[in-house]
Design a protein around this ligand. Structure first.
Ligand SMILES: *Cc1c(COP(=O)(O)O)cnc(C)c1O
Length: 414
């Protein structure tokens, strides 16, 4: 395991988290390079005998050091904005191995992606298809596109992270896809390279994922019969991880093997775009207890991390395990772990049995995905530092924001 106790201290690989807190302060995100590599290699190993590509979903954790690490391992990328494209290129990622997803791509973003040689634009509507064709005509180049098809399969996950149902804003309705492909095939500015889907996030069970892949496969066959031959099938991301003891999401290998079985001997390159399953359990957020605040109805541990640092608990009602970095001398009690932000929704964990006192360090586990990436400056709180650990060394990969950073882009009219 990448986060374990050694000599009484919770460590990231070989580095005690209290050393990191001392050097870089709190709150601080800490990532394990070995954990990221090992999750990536689980995909790579399961796909070893197949023409395939793992396109890491940048939105889960977009730190340049994380992207550079994955680029060196051979990963492609799945992006949802021009900003993410710039990150990928800056980190040494290959534009040709990058997919551009998202429902609201602007003209400027599409142009930038084409100018940089993007591998594929995943089209989410007929209007977007027309916009891309217009831009391609203007640039006198062909745009590589795939349609993101909504397979209308219930991912059986939290409604905010379920994306594959008919009522979702994402994707092109399954019933519409064939007509749109045939239309796109008549647009000379477009190069139809593939098909994609993404049914939702945090899937514990591979069955809906595999069913969605199977539906894509059938569509690919129908399109081939109609003369539209695609080069890749992108089955999406959304593979779940264990946040809590007792949860037992199926492992990456089960998702991959199920997909391989569903798509059989089809010649298309197979693409996965996982985010959370690569980085989620590769990161923790360390925070220090500022105050112990007992109350009549609830006891609180007020810590120096808050919802602006990690919004998953209030946003998705998500559960993150909380551990002491070192055993505390304080008495055990049941606490809500809350931050300094002025919102009742500002909690990291609720009703946890913990022994911690003022000054103690806590680690919020499984914070590598959708943690820092979703952080904000709400309440004018500078964002946390980020550290990447490799063996015995800890590298600062994002310095803590300064108070000056908070308003560096603002000005008072003269
Ligand atoms: C968010 C997203 C992913 C990654 O989802 P995870 O749950 O982090 O694996 C993959 N593909 C698309 C199109 C996405 O929007």
């Amino acid at each position: 395991m990448s986060f374990d106790y050694r000599n009484g201290a919770l460590c990231a690989e070989d580095v005690p988290l209290d050393d990191i807190a001392r050097r870089y302060g709190t709150p601080c995100y800490v990532y394990s390079r070995a954990a990221i590599e090992s999750a990536y290699r689980e995909f790579a190993a399961a796909l070893a005998d197949r023409d395939a590509l793992v396109c890491y979903s940048v939105k889960a954790n977009s730190n340049l050091a994380v992207l550079a690490l994955l680029a060196r391992l051979g990963a492609g990328f799945d992006i949802v904005s021009g900003g993410e494209l710039a990150r990928v290129l800056t980190a040494g990622g290959d534009a040709r191995k990058t997919l551009f997803s998202g429902v609201g791509k602007s003209e400027a973003e599409i142009e930038l992606a084409m100018a940089k040689g993007i591998g594929c634009i995943n089209v989410e509507s007929e209007a977007e298809l027309e916009r891309i064709a217009r831009i391609a005509r203007r640039l006198a180049r062909r745009a590589p596109v795939a349609l993101r098809v909504n397979p209308d399969i219930d991912a059986r996950t939290h409604p905010y992270i379920s994306t594959g149902l008919r009522e979702s804003k994402f994707g092109i309705a399954h019933a519409e896809a064939e007509r749109l492909y045939l239309r796109a095939a008549r647009m000379p500015e477009l190069e139809l390279v593939g098909i994609g889907c993404h049914i939702g996030s945090l899937l514990a069970d591979a069955a809906p994922f595999v069913a969605a892949a199977g539906r894509l496969g059938e569509l690919v066959d129908r399109l081939a019969a109609a003369g539209v031959r695609l080069r890749h099938i992108d089955v999406g991301g959304g593979i779940g991880i264990r946040y809590r003891e007792g949860e037992s999401p199926q492992p990456i290998g089960a998702f991959v093997r199920g997909t391989l079985a569903a798509l059989g001997a089809r010649p298309q390159k197979l693409i996965f775009d996982p985010g959370r399953s690569i980085v989620g359990n590769a990161g923790v957020l360390i925070t220090r207890v500022e105050y112990v605040k007992p109350g009549a109805a609830r006891n609180f541990l007020v810590v120096d991390a808050a919802m602006n640092d990690l919004i998953r608990p209030p946003l998705y009602d998500a559960w993150h395990e909380v551990r002491n970095v070192r055993a505390s001398g304080a008495a055990e009690s049941v606490y809500d772990v809350v931050g300094p932000v002025c919102e009742s929704a500002d909690f990291l964990a609720r009703q946890r049995r913990l022994a911690a006192g003022e000054g103690d360090l806590l680690a919020i586990l499984s914070a590598g995905a959708y943690g820092m990436a979703m952080s904000s400056n709400y309440n004018s709180r500078p964002r946390a530092a980020e550290v990447l650990v490799h063996g015995t060394s800890a590298h600062l990969v994002r310095r803590r924001e300064s108070v000056e950073d908070l308003f560096a882009a603002e000005q008072i009219p003269g």
